[in-house]
Ligand binder design. Sequence first.
Ligand code: HEC
Length: 162
Amino acid sequence: MALLFGAGWVYLANGSLPVAVADRGLPFEQQLVDIPLDARIGRGKQPAPFYPNQVVYEAGASIYREHCASCHGDPTSNVEAAKWMYPKAPQLWKQHDDSDVVGVSDDEPGDTFWKVKNGIRLTGMPAYSHLLSEEQMWDVSLLLKAANQPLPDSVKELLSKK
Ligand code: HEC
């Protein structure tokens, strides 16, 4: 037992596991993270407690600008450094190749709300339950659901304000 532990320690301390952003991922690393994350969200998912309207989108846009755009970009620009995070911070206003999905517009608002509220461990994604109210987290989640829809000019301006 002690021998096994010792061997494991030497392996970790030797520095041959991938720890740098530029290192190649371990086999199945992405699945190891995604499968339990999806299962956990599936258990804890809630429906949005209100419907979106212009006021909700404007509130969501101000919150997004202040708390999220520095990693996730905005409709007019992407964040260069986000590519060099591991995992990368997805650009939430970018259209996916070969589909009309923009960012997480194909996810339920409840999925996005869970990620915003609880964060994602061992990634740069913070848990906002300590920084935003439930209502604010729904505002931004409902806005991201509508990222592939035409949004009022006031919302676009708030999102891209520098
Ligand atoms: C410090 C950088 C950073 C900030 C600030 C940040 N995020 Fe993230 N976020 C990340 C990273 C990195 C990931 C990727 C996690 C992964 O791949 O599992 C992520 C993932 C996400 C996802 C999941 C994307 C997907 O494809 O499933 C959503 C939704 C999200 N963030 C929303 C937000 C919102 C909303 C805010 C602001 C309230 C925010 N994030 C602030 C770094 C950040």
